[in-house]
Design a protein around this ligand. Structure first.
Ligand SMILES: CC(C)(COP(=O)(O)OP(=O)(O)OC[C@H]1O[C@@H](n2cnc3c(N)ncnc32)[C@H](O)[C@@H]1OP(=O)(O)O)[C@@H](O)C(=O)NCCC(=O)NCCS
Length: 159
């Protein structure tokens, strides 16, 4: 069982989310983007921290609409990685998306992003498409993998 603390974000968490996002992505999203997305009914986000830590160390931002859900972004603070926070966030996101009526969860990830692709495979995501040279990187371009997971099928590590 997870020992992480997870809680639903509100638009008031937008600044915290932007701060978590900034060091994790080259094209990080500003506070205004998080505030705007979180004001939409179909969007929700979960924050997470290890143990009883009060400061958020990770986030997942989701959209669930018309029976489908999508991971808009997910990240964990560098000094809190590999403690299972990302996995806990994603498992909780799947549960909430299912409760909101979604059958499938989709996401996109650069095929060069080993931590993320490993996490998604571990949680049962399957690659259903590839967009060539989708992500611009410093000296080349990475393909985007489109991945999908059926919801409602609990995996052993989620119990
Ligand atoms: C991807 C990310 C969210 C993972 O968060 P995390 O809290 O460190 O991940 P977890 O500790 O929950 O790891 C769960 C599983 O993912 C895989 N994984 C995570 N980090 C890994 C790494 N550095 N190398 C290999 N596998 C890794 C492992 O299978 C791991 O399970 P295990 O520890 O039992 O082996 C985090 O690395 C991150 O914020 N990266 C930068 C932002 C990003 O790339 N987001 C995804 C964009 S699509």
């Amino acid at each position: 069982m997870s020992t992480h603390r997870l809680w639903l974000a509100t638009p008031l968490d937008a600044a915290t989310m932007a701060e978590l996002h900034r060091p994790a992505f080259e094209d990080a999203w500003p506070e205004e983007a998080f505030a705007s997305l979180l004001s939409r009914e179909e969007v929700f986000a979960i924050l997470g921290a290890a143990g009883n830590d009060r400061m958020a160390q990770g986030l997942v931002l989701m959209r669930a609409v018309a029976g489908e859900a999508e991971v808009l972004t997910i990240c964990v603070a560098n000094d809190a990685r590999r403690e299972g926070i990302g996995q806990s966030l994603l498992i909780e996101a799947c549960k909430i998306a299912l409760a909101r009526g979604a059958d499938h969860l989709f996401l996109e990830v650069a095929d060069t992003n080993l931590p993320a692709t490993r996490l998604y495979h571990k949680l049962g995501f399957k690659t259903i498409g590839r967009r060539a040279a989708y992500y611009r990187q410093a000296d080349n371009a990475a393909d985007a993998l489109v991945m999908r997971r059926e919801l409602g099928q609990a995996r052993p590590e989620e119990n």
